[in-house]
Write a protein that binds this ligand. Structure first.
Ligand SMILES: Cc1cc2nc3c(=O)[nH]c(=O)nc-3n(C[C@H](O)[C@H](O)[C@H](O)COP(=O)(O)OP(=O)(O)OC[C@H]3O[C@@H](n4cnc5c(N)ncnc54)[C@H](O)[C@@H]3O)c2cc1C
Length: 348
């Protein structure tokens, strides 16, 4: 299954030798006791995700950008539902609240779904973004209004100068700063090397497909329990995506994976208009993932004015505001509300 081109989790065979060290750490971290420890550390951050957005955007803007309607995982088979029981139990131990639904209860919540799901789980307390682009625009406006500037440029190297200031060398210019946050997603390991830090960061490539301007009236994000393919109604249209491809940062996208996601979505929704009447686009993104599935949030061990914020795997949008809050209090007050020990960069 791991080498099937359109499986939910795929490894490109030619990338396997390079992947092996990360993969062996990942397997080691999947042992039950370690998994529980890391899931607990992740849940501490996730519990703050919505409240951090409220703090960042203010209550009225949050209502414009986030919809707090919970989320659903739906199951086509009883075996899929049963196989997921352990994961649900773990989530409950970590504080998640959920209700188990039958088909009738599911259809009442989401009438657009096809009647093929005998079981579903409704998770309370989850929110979705109304429009990722709209949220980015709101945050960019806030940065500019607070006196910040957004500069687009590629940084090729950085170095710490005598006295502690940092020089950034970009395409056609050089910047000097008193403090630096390295938040370069899946490319952050490269940036960490500038400060003599090595970190086992991999990319879990994921694909999504958007049917632009299509509104089927889904009320909350829905995950297909057997394949982990997710579907969400955005202002931009209906978006569905997921799957994991381990193939490194440089391999070209393989959109056959998007077509597989598409096939499952067609089965999930009733009365979806035919493809040739829709405007459909595919996308591939690089999720930054460390072998223990925890992000790096914290200072650089040898330079306290450099902080790292990366490795948020599948939940980087959810955790963006929470991470920003933690990093800003580290830089401004040299402290943090949450104990950052589990997220240290030198934990490996
Ligand atoms: C298909 C898919 C679906 C997803 N769905 C969800 C979801 O529903 N909810 C959720 O919470 N998360 C989701 N994620 C995960 C989320 O997208 C990531 O966790 C998140 O993008 C990580 O944020 P980041 O800012 O660390 O990295 P990125 O978003 O990758 O941003 C890093 C930025 O740094 C820039 N950069 C890198 N190197 C340099 C350099 N040298 N100089 C200048 N700039 C540089 C990059 O160009 C990039 O713009 C999904 C991911 C995928 C692929």
């Amino acid at each position: 299954m791991l080498f099937e081109k359109d499986g939910s989790l795929v490894i490109r065979p030619q990338y396997l030798p390079k992947l092996l060290p990360w993969l062996s750490r990942f397997v080691h971290n999947s042992l039950p006791s370690r998994r529980f420890k890391h899931a607990t550390a992740l849940s501490i951050l996730l519990k703050e995700s919505v409240s951090a957005y409220v703090e960042l955007l203010g209550q009225s803007d949050v209502q414009a950008h986030l919809k707090e309607n919970g989320s659903l995982t739906v199951f086509e088979t009883t075996s899929g539902y049963e196989a997921n029981r352990k994961d649900r139990a773990l989530l409950r131990t970590l504080g998640a609240r959920y209700d188990e639904l039958n088909q009738h209860e599911l259809v009442e919540l989401e009438p657009a779904l096809a009647p093929i799901f005998p079981r579903a789980v409704y998770y309370h307390g989850c929110a979705q973004v109304v429009s990722p682009f709209g949220l980015c625009q709101a945050l960019a406006t806030q940065i500019r209004e607070a006196g910040g500037a957004i500069v687009r440029n590629e940084v090729h190297h950085a170095e710490v100068k005598t006295g502690g200031h940092i020089s950034l060398f970009a395409d056609d210019s050089e910047f000097e700063c008193e403090a630096l946050v390295v938040a370069a997603g899946a490319w952050s390991a490269e940036a960490a090397k500038w400060f003599d830090i090595s970190v086992p960061l991999e990319t879990e490539r994921g694909y999504h497909t958007t049917m632009s301007r299509l509104d089927i009236g889904l009320n909350r994000p829905i995950t297909h329990g057997e394949t982990n393919i997710g579907m969400v109604q955005l202002k931009e249209g209906l978006r569905f995506g997921g799957t994991v491809e381990l193939a490194g940062l440089d391999a070209p996208p393989d959109y056959i994976r998007g077509r597989n996601i598409h096939r499952i979505t067609r089965r999930m929704i009733q009365d979806l208009p035919p493809d040739d009447s829709l405007e459909i686009s595919d996308w591939m993104g690089c999720r930054p993932t460390l072998p223990d599935y925890l992000p790096v949030i914290g200072p650089c061990p040898n330079h306290s004015n450099i902080c790292f914020a990366f490795g948020h795997q599948h939940v980087g949008l959810s955790l963006a505001a929470c991470t920003a809050k933690l990093i800003s209090s580290l830089i401004l007050d040299s402290q943090s509300k949450i104990d950052l020990t589990p997220y240290r960069i030198d934990r490996f």
